[in-house]
Every structure is written in structure tokens, then in C-alpha cells.
Write a protein that binds this ligand. Structure first.
Ligand code: CP3
Length: 342
């Protein structure tokens, strides 16, 4: 049995304390992150610098004693390793060479994937050496559909037109790309599990864009294949799925994807989730990150509602999406103190 609160909870056991961590906890709201970021040439080489990546991974642990550390990396490291010329432009966000048709990406592009992503494994190994014994280490990857939205549009998108058209018009070709991305994700997660990640998380940040008729094909089944692939490679770490914006589709996803725990975004009513998700399935979430900007009594009330809604199932406290750069650091402490006081 582990003495790590985060892992115990993921294993289905509820403790008196609720474990806490925050998506994007290693990021720009921290001045110590911005100081290191300013010394880095570009975001990709920052992610591929094991020493620096480990340092920023540990920053929120040192400052807040979070129950879990998530390795500093990015979901777009997989398209980068596939040779899609991923770069991050300040003020714009991620850019990739857009692909005209889904079948323009060939399986051959995966040949060097694990070599290229090896520094992420090294960052995990280094981090594990410095992590407090009670803190868990999370590795992660993007889900195939979410990666497809970036690959189709060549960057972020508002309505995901091209990826959705691919789904309606080029199903066969899209299937080929799904398979390539599924294989890549199995390799990337397995690499992180081997390097010491104690939990794996799959971010499907744009699950909301998938038409309901296609959810099983584009969301649930690929996650199921990824989980089977990771297990086949011998890794037993718990896997958290985060299908953001899936709404009522969360029930099917929770039952059929094979995930061990489900991350909830702030659009989900915790009361509904508590009543409708499979009994005793561990959940993670789901405070609106923007409530932290003022951290007033409305935020405290919502924290109480979230805790109360999940009082009878394993629950990891988190935000419903990544913390925003303008969040005052002291407000994160107010949130944590309120959760840990109980
Ligand atoms: O602390 C952590 O959570 C670990 C590190 C982490 C990052 N990205 C670092 C990062 C994690 C888990 C991610 C996941 C990620 N990346 C997602 C899924 C989660 C989500 O937010 O929905 C997505 C969609 C991405 C893609 C991505 N990376 C975008 C769209 C951007 C630019 C947007 C922005 O906020 O500027 C990034 C860049 C990025 N990834 C930053 C960080 C800390 C900021 C860039 C910087 O410091 O210059």
C-alpha cells in the first residue's frame, strides 16, 4: 500500500484528506517559472531540456506542496516528434505545418519517435529523485482527436471546421491518421511509464468539437486502444482521461473507454456527475480556473459544493481546465487552505 494520497485515491480508496493538484500548475502565473522561461530560446527546446523541465515541474510542489507533480512537457511534443514543425509563437500560440489531407501523414514518421522524446523520460527520472516521498508523479499525452484538431488547422482553432469535415468526408483516411496517432500515444505514454511516471493522463481538450454521432469512433475507442496498448507493454499505472466538454457523453466514456479515473471540466455540474457516473469511479476536478482571479466567497462556496458532491467517491481536487497566467499566486493558496482545512 502506498502512503501517497493521490495514488491511494486513484486506486479507489477515499481518505479524510482530498488530494490536490492543478492543471498547468507549472506555468506562467508563477514568477519563478517566468524567470526560467525567459532564459529559454524556444518552448520545444525548453521541454526537451530535462534539467530545466524538472526544475519547473518541482516549482508548484515547493510553493504549495501539491499532492501530484505533472511533468513539464506538452501534448504537441508528439506532432513535433512526427516531424510536423511544431513551434510556439509568443502571443499567437502553437503553429504546425498544416496537412491538407489526413493521409498525407505516413506511419514512417514514427520511426524516431521514442528517441526524439527520450528527454521527457529523462526529465521524469530526474524529477523522481527530488520529489517528496508523499508526492506522485504524472506523465501525460494528448488524445488522438485533440492532436488531429491541431494537425488539421495548423494551430489552435475556434470551430475545428477542417477536422470535423475530415470526419464527415474522409472517414477512411482519417482512420489511418487515428491509428498512427494512437500508436504514437501508446509509445509516448509507455516511455513515460518506464521512466517512472506513477500515473498517466490523456488530455482530450477538444472532445467538445466531436459530433455526438462520432464520439465512439473518435474519442472512446482510440482511448480504449491506447489503454490496452499501454497495458500490453506491461504498465499498470492508473490512467486518467480528460475528455473536456463531453457533457452527457461522459457516462458512455466512463463506462467504455477503460480509464481508471475521469477528469471533469468546469462545465460539468458536480452534483450531476456524482449521481450519474459509475459508482466509486474516481473523479478529478472541477473548479472554474477563473474563480481564482478574485478567490472570493463565491469560489469558496463552489469548492464546498464540489467536495460535497463527491463526498462518497474517490475525488482528486483540480480545476476544470488549466490555471490562467493572470492568477494571483496567493489565491491558489486560499483555495488549497480551504480544501485542506476539513
Ligand atoms: O503544468 C502542467 O500542467 C504541465 C505542463 C503542460 C503544458 N501543456 C505546458 C505548457 C501540460 C499538461 C500541457 C497540456 C496541453 N498543451 C494541452 C492540454 C491541456 C489543455 O490546456 O487543454 C493543450 C491543448 C496544449 C497545447 C498548448 N501548449 C497550447 C494551446 C499552448 C499555448 C497556449 C498558451 O497558453 O499560450 C501551449 C503552450 C504551453 N504549454 C505553455 C505551458 C506552460 C505556455 C507557453 C510558455 O510558457 O511560453
Amino acid at each position: 500500500m502506498t502512503d501517497k494520497l493521490f495514488l491511494t485515491t486513484l486506486n479507489g480508496i477515499k481518505s479524510l484528506q482530498t488530494p490536490i493538484w492543478v492543471m498547468r500548475q507549472a506555468g506562467r502565473y508563477l514568477e519563478e517559472y517566468r524567470a526560467i522561461r525567459a532564459t529559454q530560446k524556444d518552448f520545444i527546446s525548453f521541454c526537451l531540456n530535462p534539467q530545466q523541465a524538472s526544475t519547473v515541474t518541482l516549482q508548484p510542489i515547493t510553493r504549495y506542496n501539491m499532492d501530484a507533480a505533472i511533468i513539464f512537457s506538452d501534448i504537441l511534443m508528439v506532432p513535433w516528434a512526427m516531424g510536423l514543425n511544431v513551434r510556439f509563437e509568443p502571443g499567437i500560440g502553437p503553429l504546425l505545418d498544416a496537412v491538407e489531407e489526413p493521409d498525407m501523414i505516413k506511419a514512417g514518421c514514427l520511426s524516431n519517435l521514442t528517441d526524439k522524446l527520450a528527454p521527457v523520460g529523462e526529465a521524469l527520472e530526474i524529477t523522481k529523485l527530488s520529489l517528496p516521498t508523499e508526492t506522485s508523479l504524472i506523465g501525460f499525452a494528448g488524445a488522438p482527436w485533440t492532436l488531429i484538431t491541431y494537425i488539421a488547422e495548423g494551430g489552435s482553432s475556434r470551430d475545428f471546421t477542417k477536422a470535423r469535415l475530415w470526419a464527415w468526408q474522409d472517414a477512411k483516411k482519417l482512420d489511418g491518421l487515428l491509428e498512427i496517432l494512437t500508436d504514437a500515444t501508446i509509445s509516448f505514454l509507455s516511455l513515460q511509464a518506464t521512466a517512472g511516471a506513477e500515473c498517466l493522463m490523456i488530455f482530450d481538450s477538444w472532445a467538445s468539437a466531436v459530433p455526438a454521432a462520432h464520439r465512439d469512433w473518435l474519442i472512446t475507442q482510440p482511448i480504449n486502444t491506447i489503454i490496452k496498448g499501454v497495458r500490453k507493454n506491461g504498465h499498470q499505472q492508473p490512467i486518467i482521461g480528460f475528455p473536456k466538454g463531453l457533457g452527457d457523453g461522459l457516462i458512455h466514456y466512463a463506462e467504455e473507454s477503460g480509464i481508471d479515473a475521469i477528469g471533469l471540466d468546469h462545465g460539468v455540474d458536480p452534483g450531476w456527475a456524482g449521481r450519474n457516473l459509475p459508482k466509486n469511479l474516481p473523479v478529478q476536478g472541477n473548479l472554474d480556473p477563473l474563480s481564482l482571479i478574485s478567490a472570493g466567497k463565491e469560489m469558496l462556496r463552489d469548492i464546498d459544493y464540489i467536495l460535497e458532491s463527491f463526498h462518497d467517491r474517490p475525488h482528486i481536487f483540480n480545476l476544470g481546465h488549466g490555471i490562467t497566467p493572470s492568477t494571483p499566486v496567493e489565491n491558489v493558496q486560499i483555495m488549497i487552505d480551504h480544501i485542506r482545512k476539513g
